[in-house]
Write a protein that binds this ligand. Structure first.
Ligand code: TRP
Ligand code: SF4
Length: 341
């Protein structure tokens, strides 16, 4: 590992098996980055406790599914192509130094920065949170600790996370200024163009677990077909011979991703009325299942190798912990918290 390699840090909330949005939005990018950078990829179990759970979803008052969600997610990371030999894969809470760093950073995080955080306001609305917790307000400080514990230079995240990374940078800068020492690099967002993955219900919505409009790696081929059958199509196209409008159709949006070679034909046949929606969906299911098969096969194999998964997570945590310990001792030194012998 060369010294000059820049450091990448990124986390995902433990929502279980990856859906197509996670794969195109984050995983593909992470896989590319592991070739060139020193990467720390973690499952942010603490962050999943900042919001209430609803239905089966994990939240602070419903943690039942947490360990299984973590396991399913790591299985998919590895089945999808993250290589524990090339990057460090672990669970956030397995490195308790991050919690100590979070405590120290919370001392210097101005309350106004957290209150003004646009994501906080959106979360209150989206999750219909009536009684926001201290933990939720402090979400970005915890995220800053995740990034800064490993001295992350770049943070590959989507647009929705940009404000959190900017806050992390502000916190890092404030720390360096207050204690007059460049302990932390100033992390930056690493934005990449990713195809938009719509929900199965609406081309204008994002695929997400909470909206239920997703297709996941853990789904069988039949389940995938069923979910494709339920996709929203052009409402004015009822019979095969009706002229359709593929641009508003979710099925077409997925043909663009999984059936690129035939997408012009699909469009033409839909528009001229020589393609029926049922056949169109069958064809998509076949293409999608074919593309996902290698990852699904690999995930099935890994599901039988629980020990391997836990070994990967524990050696990942050990590696990460060494780095976090070194950072924390620097932080404590500059804050005069290091115990005199
Ligand atoms: N907040 C991020 C999300 O919801 C997850 C996250 C936590 C994260 N800590 C991080 C992302 C550190 C990047 C770096 O997606
Ligand atoms: Fe959508 Fe295909 Fe039906 Fe056209 S034919 S509306 S692209 S499902």
């Amino acid at each position: 590992m060369s010294e000059s390699k820049k450091i990448i840090t990124s986390g995902m909330r433990p929502t279980g098996s990856l859906h197509l949005g996670n794969i195109f939005g984050a995983l593909h990018n992470w896989i590319k980055l592991q070739e060139k950078y020193t990467c720390f990829y973690f499952i942010v179990d603490w962050h999943s406790l900042t919001t209430p759970g609803f239905g089966d979803a994990v939240g602070y008052e419903n943690t039942k599914g947490l360990q299984n969600n973590i396991k399913q997610m790591v299985i998919d990371w590895i089945a999808g192509g993250l290589d524990p030999k090339k990057c460090t894969i672990f669970v956030q809470s397995h490195v308790p130094e991050v919690a100590e760093l979070y405590l120290l950073l919370s001392m210097i995080t101005p309350l106004g920065w957290l209150e003004r955080n646009p994501t906080y306001r959106e979360m209150l609305k989206d999750y219909k949170i009536e009684y926001p917790t201290y933990g939720l307000l402090g979400y970005p400080t915890l995220q800053a600790a995740d990034i800064l514990a490993y001295k992350g230079n770049y943070v590959p995240v989507g647009k929705d996370q940009e404000s959190h990374v900017n806050l992390s940078r502000d916190i890092a800068g404030r720390f360096n200024n207050l204690y007059q020492k460049n302990v932390f690099p100033l992390p930056e967002v690493l934005m990449t163009e990713v195809p938009k993955i719509p929900g199965t219900d609406d081309v204008n919505k994002k695929m997400s677990k909470s909206a239920g409009n997703y297709i996941a790696l853990i789904h069988s081929e039949q389940e995938t077909l069923d979910r494709i059958k339920s996709m929203f199509t052009d409402p004015v196209k009822i019979r095969k011979t009706d002229q359709g409008h593929p641009d508003g159709c979710v099925v077409f949006a997925f043909h663009k991703i999984y059936n690129q070679e035939a997408v012009t034909v699909v469009r033409q046949e839909c528009e001229e009325g020589s393609r029926g929606c049922v056949d169109c969906k069958m064809q998509l299911a076949q293409k999608m299942n074919q593309a996902l098969k290698p990852i699904r096969d690999k995930r099935k194999e890994l599901e039988q190798q629980t020990d391997l998964i836990y070994d990967i997570l524990s050696s990942g945590a050990n590696q990460a912990q060494k780095v976090a310990q070194a950072t924390l001792s620097e932080v404590k030194d500059v804050m005069n918290l290091t115990r005199k012998k």
